[in-house]
Design a protein around this ligand. Sequence first.
Ligand code: ARG
Length: 420
Amino acid sequence: MSSALWSGRLAGGLDPAVLDFTASLEVDRRLLPFDLEASAAHARMLGRQGLIPAEKAEGICAALASVEIEPDATDEDVHSAIERLLGDLGPWVHAGRSRNDQVQTAMRLWTKDACDRLSEGVRGLAVALLDAADRDGEALMPGYTHGQRAQPVWLGHHLAAHAWALRRDLVRLAAVRAGADTSPAGAGALAGSSLPIDPAWVAQELGFAAGFENSIDAVADRDYCAELVFACALCFVHLSRLAEELVLWTSAEYGFAQLDDAAATGSSIMPQKKNPDPAELARGKAGTAVGRLAGLLATLKGLPLAYNRDLQEDKRACFDQVDDLQGALAALRVCVAGIEFDTARMAAAAGDGTTVATDLAERLVQEGMPFRHAHAEVAGRVAAGERFDSPTAAEAAAARLPLAALHDQLARARSAVAGG
Ligand code: ARG
């Protein structure tokens, strides 16, 4: 490695084991495009303020445009690599900034971008669910409570429920993005700078909604990271509930649906198997995602202000969380897009003669019976082994949610997802 940025004070050189342990380049090299953008804005600001010669500022911006970090680079982090790769111009760029505000600036830019990418993925899965609801939404299925058949519902009603959960994820991701949209550039190590820098100009150049209010908070705050990791964890929880149903519904025991071959895997020993691995892995990774949230909060807990190296751990949590969620969203979208429902089998389960018991009791209420008495009467008939054919499952579902209302709901879900 070329000597560390801070080697003036510590001339002895870092033990390789310590460098290995503390370096973050392998993780944070993905911040490169964001740090380059922020570094260029910083250099332009230095030039405008007369803090470095104009030609140095221009030279830095030109050089930043073509910076690429070698695959085998051994810099401590992406910020050190950029300064090294600027060569003779490197020594000019760091006036009025610290890696503490630099890393935050790049990370907040990355977070905004990540929220946009995730929202696209969430939207894609929600649309796939609503497309499936448009195709097969008028099929009947048993709705479940306690894992037991409860009442007949339209398949579209059920699929749209997953889409509404995803819509809330979109709202949350938009809030995370807004929370990340404050520029920390100019906060320096923690205390700002005695140089006449212009943080507001840099914030505007970088497209931030605002600049920081308090420089100490600006370098210490990782709320936006925790919020991102939480929003992803909750979205993952939603995916895991969908995934669980895909696993159940595609089992021979339910037989409600088949995955497309493109969304299933086989067994190395059992020739007949068609396994819902993407759904299982989404369910499994949801557990890891929940753990990452606990891990990040534990990292932040008890940290004194302002910057501490512990905070370097925020990146792995955020990056892994976002990577996993993006992958799960894409894979589940394939599962849902290609799913084939056995609507006859679902309808048969919905019409087993018991699931309409509540609707039958409600009919008796409409004829003037108190509900508790109606419940008791129908329960007695169920206990005696009676199976009901009136109302039918379709009549029962339609009495609660007429098909026209279902289609209205699907249309509203679609526009909420498109707009959110
Ligand atoms: N790699 C560090 C991080 O991710 C960048 C900031 C380092 N600052 C420092 N003073 N060591 O947090």
